[in-house]
Design a protein around this ligand. Sequence first.
Ligand SMILES: [Mg+2]
Ligand SMILES: [Zn+2]
Length: 192
Amino acid sequence: MRPAIFLDRDGTLNEDVGHLDRFERLVLFPWSLDAVRLLRRAGYAVVVVTNQGGVARGFVAESFVAEVRRFIERRLADIGERLDGHYHCPHEPHATVAAYRRICDCRKPLPGLVRRACRELDLDAGRSVVIGDKWSDVRLARAAGARGVLIRTGYGGGQEQAPPTDLRPDAVADTLMDAAAWVLRNPPPGGR
Ligand SMILES: [Mg+2]
Ligand SMILES: [Zn+2]
């Protein structure tokens, strides 16, 4: 079983623009591709796990989520890299689109997406790290038995100012690249 880095998408790999619903609004942070490369070369599987509530609320087509994934994969392919997996939750309990209206187990911070990725890709959650710009990403890490890093891009700066009382991140980092550097300095118990 391999350790993995579970990456949030919006605010972590790309700028958070609210509901990303058009390509013109998709801006990867300048370090995102290099950070993925660094983590993969260190032996981690890199897997995106993202809540796409816009799908449930009818702002975003599920096909667009797949298009964004392909865009990121193409940009990675340009530097000889790839994602090891990409999982999204399109559900919400009060979705306006009936097909997505459900209480699911995959909406972060619930660990359904991570569990599925671990099962399908043979990953070891206990040696893995979740990186994201919201406390729900850190909470996901706790729920999945992984470590969790909050980053200050996207909503992260604001989130840092309002920490929950019951949750501590393993680290707070300025960007995904800084979080990747933290991961390399702090290998999981038992090693990579
Ligand atoms: Mg985010
Ligand atoms: Zn879901």
